[in-house]
Ligand binder design. Structure first.
Ligand SMILES: [Zn+2]
Length: 211
């Protein structure tokens, strides 16, 4: 084993401990649709994701989310994460370097802006200044969130596009129909998904255009 591979495994195990104290529960080589790669299972009870392609180039899968689903869905999550590993260098690097700081900016910045806007509202401004300032706050929120949404959607879209190119449109549709049936998400995660993930239909549409 190469030193870099060994290091990425060590870092993945440490990272898994941040997700759940139990850390990695199982390591295996997973195989689906001609792809084979080592995966790290973690029992992420409070982790909202089914899987993740980590900064260390490894794949984490969440037992809690994937225990009671069909093999088909596990295959899909596995392939989606592999898709992240196939991102063009520029997209991969931008996503890794900018996603976390942009997310922090948004998480901290948006409540601050909303707070300031509320304080401004309580000052009972005139209609004109209310409209102009509200618009200004709205634009600031867009500036905060826009780049994050664009990078995120490009990254997720690329991973999905890789999956559809790999398995074909029919299997891709089946994947998502099954996921839809199994979906049991809270309100926040639903909004999160709507904003940050392209719809399967958009991926299929894009695949048609690229033919
Ligand atoms: Zn993804």
């Amino acid at each position: 084993m190469q030193a870099t591979e060994w290091l990425s495994i060590v870092f993945t195990r440490i990272y898994a401990r941040l997700i759940d104290r139990g850390g990695v529960t199982n390591e295996e080589f997973y195989q689906a649709h001609g792809e084979k790669k080592r995966v790290f299972w973690v029992n992420g009870k409070n982790w909202p994701m089914a899987g993740q392609y980590t900064l260390f180039g490894t794949i984490l899968l969440n037992e809690t989310k994937l225990d009671n689903v069909s093999e088909n869905i596990v295959d899909y999550v596995f392939l989606h994460e592999i898709g992240h590993s196939k991102a063009p260098t520029l997209l991969g690097v931008t996503s890794v370097l900018l996603r976390v700081p942009l997310l922090l900016f948004a998480v901290i910045g948006i409540p601050v802006l909303i707070g300031q806007w509320l304080i401004f509202l309580f000052s009972i401004p005139g209609l004109n200044s209310l409209m102009i300032k509200s618009l200004a706050y709205f634009i600031l929120v867009l500036i905060l969130v826009g780049p994050l949404v664009i990078i995120w959607r490009l990254d997720e879209g690329h991973a999905e596009f890789w999956v559809i190119s790999k398995v074909g449109e029919d299997i891709y549709r089946n994947f998502h129909e099954e996921i839809k049936e199994n979906r049991n998400k809270g309100y926040i995660m639903k909004i999160f998904h709507k904003v940050f993930y392209p719809k399967p239909n958009q991926i299929i549409w894009f695949k048609h255009i690229m033919k």
